[in-house]
Design a protein around this ligand. Structure first.
Ligand SMILES: [Zn+2]
Length: 183
């Protein structure tokens, strides 16, 4: 089990995934202000003088104190997140591929002034990417099956962890945009 713990800021917005060790440290330092979800694991500590062993229960979601950053959320554009956003489906032919057979396609090619940004990139199989070449979807007569979108913070946390627990998923998916479809 390598379940991670979802860290929220004090406003309740998800910010990162924590290891169990990191979570335990935050709890011991009293930096967790509230928590949600089921106990992921119990860590047994030392015995006190009257023979009672300390037990630290790690919840699946913890909110920590600290500054709440107000800037716009800017999720890093990496293929592993992009492919997961599109469920490993080529957005031109609609087939699902393994990660090794996928590539990042720029809807409007970079050579034509397109940007390397979430809203201009889609998952594409190598065959479709080669076929489309340096053309726009209209020029190549290849229709996009979905509109590329920037994941919000809730969606990004989901995209960046392959082992999201049920209660964490419930928390995150409540704020998913209409773009993201869960199978
Ligand atoms: Zn394809």
């Amino acid at each position: 089990m390598n379940a991670k713990i979802l860290r929220l800021n004090k406003a309740g917005i998800p910010v990162s995934w924590l290891t169990r060790e990191e979570t335990a440290t935050l709890m011991v330092k009293d930096l967790v202000i509230w928590s949600l979800g089921n106990t992921v694991m119990e860590i047994r500590g030392g015995y006190n003088r009257v023979g009672i062993q300390s037990v630290l229960k790690l919840p699946s979601i913890v909110a920590c104190d600290g500054k709440v950053h107000k800037e716009n959320f800017d999720p890093p554009l990496e293929n592993k997140f992009l492919f997961r956003r599109d469920k490993n489906i080529c957005l031109y032919c609609g087939s699902q591929f393994s990660v090794h057979d996928l590539s990042r396609d720029h809807v409007m090619p970079l050579s034509r002034g397109g940007r390397d940004a979430w809203t201009n990139v889609v998952t594409s199989c190598r065959r479709c990417n080669n076929r489309k070449a340096d053309r726009s979807p209209e020029e190549s007569n290849m229709q996009l099956l979905a509109i590329p979108f920037v994941p919000n913070q809730y969606e990004f946390l989901y995209l960046s962890n392959h082992n999201v627990l049920a209660d964490q998923m419930e928390f995150l998916s409540a704020r998913f945009s209409r773009h993201i479809k869960l199978s």
